[in-house]
Ligand binder design. Sequence first.
Ligand code: GDP
Length: 197
Amino acid sequence: MNFSDIQFLLSVHKLSQLPDGDCPEIAFAGRSNVGKSSLINKLIGRKNLVKVSGRPGKTQGLNFFQVSEIDRLYFVDLPGYGYAKVSRTMQENWQTLITSYLENRASLCCVVLIMDIRHGPKQQDTQLLNWLKQKSIPVLAVYTKKDKISKNQSMKNALILDSGHGINAAERVLFSAKTGEGREELERALASFAQIV
Ligand code: GDP
């Protein structure tokens, strides 16, 4: 599956701005700076369609991208969470927007939750995962920045993240935006979520 024929559609700051939910949607979530933009750019084969290392915590909307080659898939880049310098009010506003989007969007077929393979389980990721499971929203976990540690270490860390979050190995992908490792596996998983095999 090739996701490279893609363009930015719109940025949503309130639910009334959401486009019609007439095609499957895959949302990307993760803590600020986890490597979410880099992962999406690698997946679509672009250097900078999604801004890498923009100011973390800057007010952001839900950014919709249309994968046009197949004409029936949206990628939704969710604002990164957990950036300490953002005010509590702003975090709460984001959370309200994101949770109502995730909870009510019938066309959402998967949330890709990106985590840094170097770090142990983070409370906010655990909370989001548990909440998604409770809402029966399918999740694909991706442990990224794999190139930053040895193969041995990455296997160990992946198991720690798996057990910390109750994820089994078939439900996650190890990834590196730098080397492209895991890209094909991720493409296949997303294609099957969107049933566009
Ligand atoms: P975002 O805030 O989650 O969108 O994170 P970014 O994609 O902006 O990445 C944050 C920083 O991590 C940037 O300096 C990226 O170059 C770096 N980065 C992201 N993914 C990888 C990766 O897989 N390997 C390496 N070595 N660096 C990465």
